[in-house]
Design a protein around this ligand. Sequence first.
Ligand code: AMP
Length: 308
Amino acid sequence: MSKLVIVGTVAFDAIETPFGKTDKILGGAATYIGLSASQFNVDTAIVSVAGGDFPQEYIDLLSNKNIDLSGLEIVKEGKTFFWSGKYHNDMNSRDTLITELNTLADFNPVVPDHYKDAEIVMLGNLHPLVQQSVLNQMTKKPKLAILDTMDFWMDCALEDLHAVIKNVDVITINDEEARQLTGEYSLVVAAKKIHAMGPTYVVIKKGEHGALLFHNNEVFYAPALPLEEVFDPTGAGDTFAGGFAGYLVKTDDISFENMKKAVIYGSMLASFCVEKFGTERMQNLTSAETHKRLLEFKALTQFEIELT
Ligand code: AMP
């Protein structure tokens, strides 16, 4: 069976939305990606770092989802990465209040030997040098390397970011980040510029307005499911990426046609993530629930039209 390697943060998050506020809860890009990909029952490993303060309960939660944690380094005397954010009323934008890198500041990722030949590598949001280091450790060129990033790394490590972007096949990025990376307002023009930086496929996430998949001159659009209640958008982008990558690993098909379906799976899983605070909704998600929601996605976008 194909394998998936994920590198990204495991974290404590403190989140404030118009619906409430949390203390430090489980978060991190790799956590969300892993939980989302675990829906596909594929061999998955997380490469990350945490401090001695990271609760055993969180480690158990991830390993109970059959996620290989041999690449999760625990620095006993260190503290886990901490992020705090506050959402605006429209929930589409947020302010980062605190980013404490802690153990992440000196992190040297180590890909477990039995994952060095993984077919798909998901480089979650992290320092671009760490992302590059994971790619360098692969003994076989992965079929697909996918990269996610955010404004924080564009602000503090742009040159390194450009260097790793050159080496990946797919980038998943949100609309504002695509604009920041390219200096272009039009997402179509931004996607073209990102193609020119290296990736053959560009996924631009637009929050409650869905996601766009660009490949050469083709473009595919997947809506986000209109939900009555969005409690907390944290991790939606990572959950999308985990669903996208997990589906591609499961189906072992990286054609553009299959990537369209991967975008739908990613959007479907992200629609669950936002329903509760943090990772809560993703922890107990069942296949009956995901199946039902896929049908809702289908009904939302399917129509017959007579061309006259
Ligand atoms: P998303 O909402 O998909 O952008 O992801 C939110 C997650 O990203 C949170 O759980 C944070 O712990 C994590 N995060 C926030 N800032 C950073 C950063 N600079 N690098 C890596 N992960 C981050």
